[in-house]
Design a protein around this ligand. Structure first.
Ligand SMILES: CC(C)(COP(=O)(O)OP(=O)(O)OC[C@H]1O[C@@H](n2cnc3c(N)ncnc32)[C@H](O)[C@@H]1OP(=O)(O)O)[C@@H](O)C(=O)NCCC(=O)NCCS
Length: 346
């Protein structure tokens, strides 16, 4: 096969959706022995969104995806590939949530659809995977979604974990762009020796669910918080620097840093290591908690919508999480017109 020139890959549409129900720290204090002051000082989280009982992950992914398609001005039948990054898929093992989203969204039969399982690093991984397909010319329109209903896999009696997470979805559309614009590069990494630090022990082939395992709460999030914290602080800066180096840049070139929204202390420590002032760091963990794979696309959406990202800006996203896993994307922002924006040229 003849080698083809790689194409540029741009983000041409973005969307976001969170469930209506807000759960504040005071609400949590009625469930477990905690308080607003402890949660705010240790994590920066003030509230999070919680899905309804009848809302699955694809139900959050759907409105976020519709919005991203609308902004990209494309219709569902034009989508070639759907990638959903999630660790809380609609069904325990299969089918892929991406296939379920395909049906809900009305994407044509024959389009490709699969999930990416890299937990809180999921969107950063999925964005890089999607970008490869567009860069090589295999696909022209790729929908990349990060969506989670973490509330369904939490132990609501464990104050060390249930205070941290929330539900939500974010989506982007990838399309060909001029070379030098859009997704410039990425770094992805994993260290399976840290798998025991953060996981859901039962419910997979290692320990299929039994009433006893459920009774022992082995089917919900288990975490060694302090160890994960140490890993996170280190890897955030490291991944960002490596991704920037891969495209010949340094932290000094960054206009906006979009870190995985897990904890403001982790974000602050990483920003300090990268020598980035607060105005170059996007934070919304206070309103949504840690939404796992949805956190980076939700932050990207809000940063863009609020005008914190301008055409030409260098944006760096970083994800980290269970696996252990991590990743970072470097993006030179194109021109995605906001609603009512004068740059909207049709
Ligand atoms: C979870 C985390 C906030 C805990 O903060 P910490 O400063 O490490 O706190 P510790 O776990 O050392 O606990 C300190 C004390 O607070 C208590 N505590 C834990 N959760 C509490 C809560 N929600 N409310 C009140 N007290 C709490 C602990 O029981 C402990 O009490 P003790 O000293 O009497 O034993 C922090 O470790 C963290 O953010 N880790 C990373 C988690 C993460 O981001 N995971 C997702 C990665 S994708």
């Amino acid at each position: 096969m003849a080698t083809k020139e790689l194409r540029g890959v741009g983000i041409t549409g973005l969307g976001m959706y969170v469930p209506e129900r807000v759960m504040t720290n005071d609400d949590l204090a009625k469930l477990v022995d905690t308080n607003d002051e402890w949660i705010v000082t240790r994590t920066g989280i003030r509230e999070r969104r919680i899905a309804r009982e009848d809302q699955a992950t694809s139900d959050l992914a759907l409105p976020a995806s519709r919005q991203a398609l609308e902004i990209a001005r494309i219709t569902p039948d034009q989508i070639d590939l759907i990638i959903v990054a999630t660790c809380t898929g609609d069904m325990a093992a299969f089918p892929a949530t991406a296939s379920l989203l395909q049906e809900q969204l009305g994407v044509r039969r024959g389009a490709a659809a699969f999930d990416v399982a890299a937990v809180c690093s999921g969107f950063v991984y999925a964005l890089d995977v999607g970008a490869q397909y567009v860069a090589t010319g295999r696909y022209d329109k790729v929908l990349v979604v990060g969506a989670e209903t973490m509330s369904k896999v939490l132990d609501w009696s464990d104050r060390a974990t249930c205070i941290l997470f929330g539900d939500g979805a974010g989506a982007v559309v990838l399309q060909p762009a001029p070379v030098g614009e859009g997704i410039l590069g990425a770094v992805l990494g994993s260290d399976g020796s840290g798998a025991a630090l953060l996981n859901i022990p039962a419910g997979g082939s290692r320990a299929p669910l039994t009433p006893v395992l459920i009774e022992q709460k082995r089917n919900v999030v288990f975490m060694k918080g302090r160890e994960v914290f140490r890993f996170a602080v280190e890897i955030m800066g490291e991944a960002a620097v490596q991704a920037l180096e891969s495209v010949g840049m340094t932290p000094g070139d960054v206009d906006l840093f979009i870190p995985h929204q897990a904890n403001t202390r982790i974000i602050d420590a990483a920003a300090k290591r990268l020598d980035l002032p607060p105005e170059k760091v996007f934070v919304n963990v206070d309103r949504y908690g840690n939404t796992s794979a949805a956190s980076v696309p939700m932050a990207l959406f809000e940063a863009w919508q609020s005008g914190r990202i301008q055409p030409g800006d260098v944006v760096v996203t970083v994800g980290f999480g269970a696996g252990l896993s991590w990743g970072a994307n470097v993006i030179r922002w194109g021109n995605v017109p906001r609603e009512g924006d004068l740059r909207w040229t049709g």
